[in-house]
Design a protein around this ligand. Structure first.
Ligand SMILES: *[C@@H]1O[C@H](CO)[C@@H](O)[C@H](O)[C@H]1NC(C)=O
Ligand SMILES: *[C@@H]1O[C@H](CO)[C@@H](O)[C@H](O)[C@H]1NC(C)=O
Ligand SMILES: *[C@@H]1O[C@H](CO)[C@@H](O)[C@H](O)[C@H]1NC(C)=O
Ligand SMILES: *[C@@H]1O[C@H](CO)[C@@H](O)[C@H](O)[C@H]1NC(C)=O
Ligand SMILES: *[C@@H]1O[C@H](CO)[C@@H](O)[C@H](O)[C@H]1NC(C)=O
Ligand SMILES: *[C@@H]1O[C@H](CO)[C@@H](O)[C@H](O)[C@H]1NC(C)=O
Ligand SMILES: *[C@@H]1O[C@H](CO)[C@@H](O)[C@H](O)[C@H]1NC(C)=O
Length: 579
């Protein structure tokens, strides 16, 4: 009987593991509405489910709200502008009422200039002025997003203060901002306070990167991490690896047509670019990044820990350099096996033949998204080929089933906690700037750190998620420490950072940093995500209970039978004796 039970469990396990790899779930998610340009993620209606912001026909924004029934995303909210083309969508709470507003940038129909108009919708719309570059972060540390940009009135970058909606000069930089830029708002010096990272042009017209660190002084200070890059068009993404420090990943082309591509890594304190991927050849085909002029988005890596091993993987769009096809590829973060990357221990390996991902021709954007809010990152790909100029949306479910664990962390704005205006739950306002780090012991007993910045980039379809999923690898231990830091105002001395201990893996942690300046009263709510392993354990437990109950029942029944027999015999004997 025991074997039969075990067999059943094995069968169940086998069934659960059968669907390894990627699975096309587009129809279940969108029904017949799977087209448009996915522009941003955010929880628009505060129901703790991430909604999708999709652009259609250039001037229409649809918000697909997450729903319990198929199709799981339905277009419920619609905004449209009268003239021009929407070039960016950045959801966020721009006035501090803990409700999500939507910022749009628009451009005239025929792209006559690089100038962008900025509009914020909060029920009513409001036009805020003209900009050249823009980027969203909380400059003054009040956790209300501010708009950073160069206006048509001055060369110096300006800040549009969120609550105030007035322009102020921002930084004392002499460099011109580079377009397309890869500005970011993320902690670079491990003090849990977001720093500013800018892409600028040097006096010799080369792309360079500047970091502006929030030092305990009255202004943001520029540090020496200004490294120029001599190759052509670049963009970048941030990643943090096993040591918990933010690193700079730079996908680059050596020539204008991207015949030779590479991905480099650098970090503050490291004075060179180290290649983490140079080999773009698969069989007879040489692949390469797609130059910005041929693609609506700059060369970008979208980062996410696909296999939850604690090392972030990436998605990239590559083009057949001798043909015309372009496809999305998964780059897995693996131990370094080449002399060139030895000093940083890690490199990328390309999955050339990942089924269902390689079925999508003419891919334009590929990014990670947790479709079923189960902590496992799935993949969304946009591809050309839908009618008009709209893209087709493909969603691929990640059926990865290793015994790996994760923790999903969301840091809210903390502008209110129970006393929010008009009794709304403060959930779901995309919050740029928080920094999250964990330390734990891995399966081999080594100390392991991991970290991530929440919403560090916003422009050029950065498509960052409003939460972070941190992979923990195969160790099912409690997370020893989880630290969360938020931006602080310039001039404030104490760091705004709080620590939580013994976090259960496979859980979702919602951090409410309220009030901002008293980290010890911040609260964290823990939601458990029952994974398959937990479910299996439960089923196994119930199975064992039923089994034991059955044995007890049988034994009990046999004993009762024996008892009865004995009684009958006794009665018989008694009768016999009495005779
Ligand atoms: C995924 O499914 C949708 C709807 O069934 C289909 O239109 C699409 O072509 C499929 N994509 C891939 C890559 O198979
Ligand atoms: C903003 O709203 C006004 C009416 O309040 C409307 O006339 C205008 O066209 C709107 N602007 C955009 C960009 O939708
Ligand atoms: C900048 O743009 C605003 C809004 O369109 C306009 O009113 C202003 O005249 C422009 N300034 C310059 C210097 O072009
Ligand atoms: C708003 O702007 C005004 C002047 O433009 C300034 O005096 C005031 O301090 C600002 N308020 C905040 C909260 O930044
Ligand atoms: C992890 O972080 C802790 C605390 O910041 C630090 O002491 C330790 O050296 C880090 N471990 C690794 C492997 O980098
Ligand atoms: C790349 O393009 C060349 C030339 O059109 C073609 O021969 C080759 O098969 C293509 N490679 C792939 C993987 O599609
Ligand atoms: C190893 O590095 C060399 C250059 O240092 C490069 O040419 C080669 O393609 C790399 N090999 C792999 C497998 O990445």
């Amino acid at each position: 009987m025991g074997r039969c039970y075990l067999l059943g469990l094995c069968l169940l396990l086998g069934l659960l593991r059968a669907g390894r790899g990627l699975q096309n779930v587009t129809a279940q998610l969108f029904g017949a509405e799977a087209f448009g340009t996915l522009a941003a993620f955010g929880d628009f209606n505060s129901d703790k489910q991430t909604d999708l912001f999709v652009l259609r026909g250039g001037n229409e924004l649809l918000i697909f709200l997450a729903d319990q029934k198929e199709p799981y995303f339905k277009p419920k909210v619609k905004l449209s502008i009268n003239q021009g083309v929407i070039t960016s969508v950045v959801p966020g709470d721009y006035d501090g009422d803990s409700q999500m507003d939507v910022l749009l940038t628009t451009q005239p129909q025929n792209h006559v200039t690089d100038e962008l108009s900025v509009i914020i919708f909060w029920g009513r719309n409001q036009t805020l002025g003209k900009l050249l570059v823009f980027y969203i972060f909380s400059f003054n540390g009040d956790l209300i997003p501010d708009v950073f940009g160069v206006t048509n009135e001055s060369d110096r970058p300006q800040i549009l203060i969120g609550r105030n909606l007035s322009w102020h000069p921002a930084l004392d930089t002499k460099s011109k901002m580079y377009i397309p830029h890869s500005h970011a708002f993320i902690d670079l010096n491990r003090d849990f306070t977001a720093d500013l990272f800018l892409t600028t042009l040097s006096s010799s017209q080369q792309i360079q990167f500047e970091t502006w660190v929030n030092k305990v002084r009255n202004k943001i200070q520029q540090t020496s991490y200004a490294k120029t890059y001599t190759d052509k068009v670049v963009f970048f993404s941030f990643l943090a690896d096993g040591d918990g420090q933010t690193e700079h990943l730079l996908p680059a082309c050596a020539d204008a047509t991207c015949q030779k591509s590479a991905i480099y890594l650098s970090k503050p304190g490291l004075n060179q670019w180290i290649p983490v991927l140079q080999d773009f050849r698969n069989k007879d085909t040489l692949w390469g990044f797609v130059p910005y002029k041929n693609n609506p988005v700059p060369i970008t890596l979208h980062i996410g820990d696909y296999n939850m091993d604690g090392y972030p993987d990436a998605l990239a769009i590559l083009r057949n350099t001798s043909g015309s096809n372009q496809q999305a590829f998964l780059l897995e973060n693996v131990p370094c096996n080449n002399a060139s990357c030895r000093s940083i221990h890690r490199m990328f390996k390309v999955y050339w033949e990942l089924s269902d991902l390689n079925q999508i021709k003419d891919a334009v954007v590929a990014t990670f998204f947790d479709i079923y809010e189960d902590g496992i990152l799935d993949i969304i790909v946009l591809s050309k080929g839908y009618f008009n100029s709209d893209f087709a949306i493909h969603t691929l479910k990640n059926n990865f089933e290793a015994d790996a664990y994760f923790v999903k962390v969301i840091v809210l704005s903390g502008l209110c906690s129970n006393d929010c205006p008009s009794k709304i739950t403060p959930f779901g306002v995309n919050q740029p700037g928080p920094y999250i780090m964990y330390t734990t012991v891995d399966a081999n007993g080594y100390l392991k750190n991991g970290s991530a910045g929440q919403l560090s980039q916003s422009a050029h379809f950065a498509l960052q998620l409003p939460y972070n999923v941190l992979g923990l690898g195969r160790s099912a231990n409690f997370l020893d420490h989880l630290y969360v830091g938020i931006p602080r105002p310039l001039g404030e001395k104490s760091i705004r950072k709080q620590e939580w201990t013994a976090i259960i893996p496979n859980s979702q942690l919602i951090v409410i940093p309220y009030p901002h300046n008293v980290p010890r009263s911040w609260s964290a709510k823990l939601y458990l995500t029952p994974s398959n392993i937990v479910l299996l354990t439960a089923i196994a437990l119930i199975g064992v209970c039923v089994f034991i109950l059955a044995i007890i029942g049988i034994l009990h029944w046999q004993e009762k039978k024996a008892d009865d027999r004995e009684k009958r015999q006794e009665a018989h004997r008694f009768h016999f004796d009495a005779m």
